[in-house]
Design a protein around this ligand. Structure first.
Ligand code: PEP
Ligand code: MN
Length: 344
């Protein structure tokens, strides 16, 4: 499907009360870039006993808001077939499949079955683990039941240590999704990546710089009083500020200027040089294999490998490169070298 960029979805993590919803809807209706209001109705909580969403009561409040603001579109998360049924009964305009649901193909199957035969717009968040195939699998299950209006939402990945983020962005994963599904709109959810409101604006800009298609942002009229995700929600006024300063980049670079064309020519030349050097290196590896065989030496020589890595890391630093990147690169090169020697 095609969306106008940037496609902005904004709204509270959870619907908490009639007043809270009415206040945020009234504010968001005045933000021209906002195309849809997000609002959590059923909340997946890590621990039991917390606020788990208002359920059907929230849907009643949403239906009231829809009647009062016919131009505003609403979406909520669904995680069970019963959620789908209720959300449709109350006239939701779109649904999303949350990260924890995407991780479980059995549940995705049940949820999508409940959508069979409808024309519902569905957004699929990535699973907490950085597995692009799991993400694509959930989208495929949506397509299997005939859904056509699909979008992906990148909300970061819950790894063991996430640094400054609640969920690590690992931008390479949405980039891979874009490569595999070039027609699929991808939104970024900077709120769940950040976990704190001061990082939301810069993450939103990074998503735009990468050419993603829009944002899903958590917006609450009084963020500090929010019953869920208080630390990461921003006010409607703050959202307006984020959107005002957001620079949206063109995704089609074929129209780009002469300078970019020349720089890309340089990149192509350097890449062919790198590949030529790699091929020459592998030829030497073939000769080494014969020498080791003749000398009855094991293919893998841990001391030599350790020394080589240390030297390459130092060389990387001397050239102003990240030594971790160079180490990863040489791990790949070394793995291929071992393979070649075993084949010899
Ligand atoms: C949410 O959007 O409020 C939510 C629970 O997100 P996620 O599924 O990305 O954790
Ligand atoms: Mn949330």
């Amino acid at each position: 499907m095609e969306v106008s960029r940037p496609y902005i979805v904004a709204g509270p993590c959870s619907v908490e009360s009639h007043e809270q919803l009415a206040e945020v809807v009234q504010a968001l209706e005045r933000v021209p870039q906002v195309q849809m209001v997000r609002c959590g109705v059923w909340k997946p909580r890590t621990h039991p006993g917390g606020f788990e969403g208002m359920g059907e009561q929230a849907l009643r409040w949403i239906a009231e808001q829809k009647a009062a603001h016919p131009a505003v579109r609403f979406c909520c998360e669904v995680a069970r077939p019963e959620h789908v049924e209720l959300a449709m009964r109350y006239g939701m305009d779109a649904l999303w499949i949350g990260a924890r649901t995407t991780a479980n193909p059995f549940i995705v199957q049940e949820v999508t079955e409940a959508l069979r035969g409808t024309e519902m717009r569905v957004m699929v968040k990535n699973a907490p683990s950085p597995d692009v195939q799991l993400w694509i699998g959930a989208l495929e299950r949506c397509r299997q039941v005939g859904l056509k209006e699909l979008m992906a939402v990148h909300r970061g990945f819950d790894l063991y240590k996430n640094g400054d983020y609640r969920n690590r962005p690992l931008w390479e994963v949405p980039i891979e999704l874009r490569r595999l599904e070039p027609e699929l709109p991808i939104l970024c959810d900077p709120s769940h990546i950040a976990g704190r409101r001061d990082l939301v604006a810069s993450l939103a800009q990074t998503a735009m710089n990468l050419g993603l298609d829009g944002l899903m942002v958590e917006v609450h009229p009084h963020p500090d009083q929010a019953l869920t995700d208080a630390g990461q929600q921003i006010t409607p006024a703050e959202l307006e500020q984020v959107l005002k300063s957001l620079e949206v980049r063109q995704t089609d670079s074929t129209v780009a200027d002469e300078q970019l064309r020349l720089l890309r020519e340089q990149i192509d030349l350097l890449d062919s040089e790198m590949l030529r050097l790699l091929a020459a290196r592998l030829e030497v590896v073939g000769k080494i294999a014969k020498v080791k065989e003749r000398g009855n030496l094991a293919v893998y020589q841990p001391k030599r490998w350790e020394q080589l890595l240390r030297q390459r890391r130092q060389m990387a630093e001397d050239c102003g490169m990240n030594p971790d990147f160079v180490e990863e690169l040489f791990e790949k090169v070394h793995a291929e070298s071992v393979k070649v020697q075993l084949r010899n």
